[in-house]
Design a binder for this molecule. Structure first.
Ligand code: NI
Length: 153
């Protein structure tokens, strides 16, 4: 991707709106059925926190800490399901911003978990793929049942 098109800018706006409305802390383009390598996130969840919406185009994890942390993760693609997932506690990520500039930043805490979770979406990977088979099957079956119910509605 050499330049940022108006379509991409519009997609970023739409995705941020969808994410805040959900409400969620991150969203990846494939979740809204767009096959672009774009992610939006805002993990400033504290009550007095200033919003910090970020848009990552073609994000790549270029460094991970040896230290790991566990978060109870959820996903807008799997409503109402949460599970503990262990990931590197800190990651350094490189991406292109909406001005076409390369950005590089180290994330920790919730930001680190969220950014890794969203980048996984770009590769078709969900947080349930980290779970033990039995727990994963349980969630998958429930989701299939829900989809059948919605298809009938
Ligand atoms: Ni997700």
């Amino acid at each position: 991707m050499a330049s940022v098109t108006d379509d991409l800018r519009r997609l970023a706006d739409d995705m941020l709106e969808t994410m805040y409305e959900a409400p969620g802390i991150g969203l990846a383009a494939p979740q809204v059925a767009v096959m672009s390598r774009m992610v939006v996130a805002d993990c400033e969840t504290g009550e007095d926190a200033k919003p910090r919406p970020i848009v990552l185009i073609n994000p790549q994890v270029i460094w991970t800490s040896e230290e790991r942390s566990v978060y109870d993760e959820g996903c807008l693609s799997l409503p109402e399901h949460y599970a503990e997932v262990e990931r590197p506690a800190e990651v350094e990520v490189e991406w292109m911003d909406l001005d076409g500039k390369t950005q590089r930043e180290k994330f920790d805490g919730l930001w680190a978990t969220c950014v890794q979770h969203e980048i996984d979406h770009l590769d078709g990977k969900l947080f349930i793929d980290y779970l033990k088979p039995l727990k994963r099957q349980m969630i998958t079956r429930k989701m299939q049942k829900l989809k059948r119910e919605l298809a009938r509605a």
